[in-house]
Design a protein around this ligand. Structure first.
Ligand SMILES: Nc1nc2c(c(=O)[nH]1)N[C@H]1C(S)=C(S)[C@@H](COP(=O)(O)O)O[C@H]1N2
Ligand SMILES: [Mo]
Length: 198
């Protein structure tokens, strides 16, 4: 009841803005290295490591149930953006079609162009995580990871690999690209897990 009439006075918008973050209405592009340009029909997500090897083509992915989620995103470079709307295949939906082998605990996400980022299976297989091809109702722009990117909204945005190309299941955690270059292995924005000495 009170929430209807009072705004929290401390500037974190009722707990939605993680510590050290500022809100933006823009959508900055953050890409390390060149931007790969892949035609949708050439998008494939390859699965290997501690899982039965398989590939999902663009048509396979489009034939799966499609979900739209709206949520906030948080970049380690201190911007947060509210109410971003993404459409795609949820990770649990994709994982119904993946057979893990015993001992798989983590996944390395691979992207066209060579970018990688690591996640525990607990952080990866969540209903809110999407393999997204649409942003705000329009095809995802190439700069933002089109034709398809991962979106993992509960962790800093570097975990949301653009131009996703593969899932490598692993028996332990291992740092991906930014994690090898000083970023935190997990990256929870509400715990300010920015760098590996945090
Ligand atoms: N393949 C790939 N994915 C990536 C990156 C990248 O350089 N290459 N940058 C990451 C970082 S650091 C951030 S903050 C977000 C930025 O996404 P945006 O450019 O759509 O804002 O993408 C993440 N995913
Ligand atoms: Mo980032």
């Amino acid at each position: 009841m009170l929430g209807k009439f009072f705004k929290k006075p401390d500037g974190d918008m009722g707990g939605r803005v993680p510590p050290g973050q500022a809100l933006t209405t823009r959508f900055p592009v953050l890409t390390y290295g060149p931007t790969p340009r892949i035609e949708p029909n050439n998008v494939e997500i390859r699965v290997w490591g501690l899982a039965e090897e398989t590939r999902f083509t663009w048509d396979d992915l489009m034939a799966m149930p499609q979900t739209t989620h709206t949520y906030d995103i948080h970049c380690v470079t201190h911007w947060s953006k509210f109410d971003t709307a993404w459409t795609g295949v949820t990770v649990p939906e994709l994982m119904k079609r993946v057979t893990l082998k015993p001992g798989a605990t983590h996944v390395m996400i691979h992207s066209y162009g060579g970018y990688t980022t690591n996640l525990s299976l607990e952080d990866f297989v969540r209903d809110l995580n999407l393999l997204a091809h649409t942003f705000d109702g329009a095809p995802l722009e190439t700069d933002h990871g089109g034709p398809m990117r991962l979106v993992v909204p509960h962790l800093y945005f570097w975990k949301s690999a653009k131009w996703i190309s593969g899932l490598e299941f692993m028996p332990h955690d291992e740092p991906g690209f930014w994690e090898r270059n000083g970023y935190h292995l997990r990256g929870d924005p509400f715990k300010e897990e920015r760098y590996d000495d945090d």
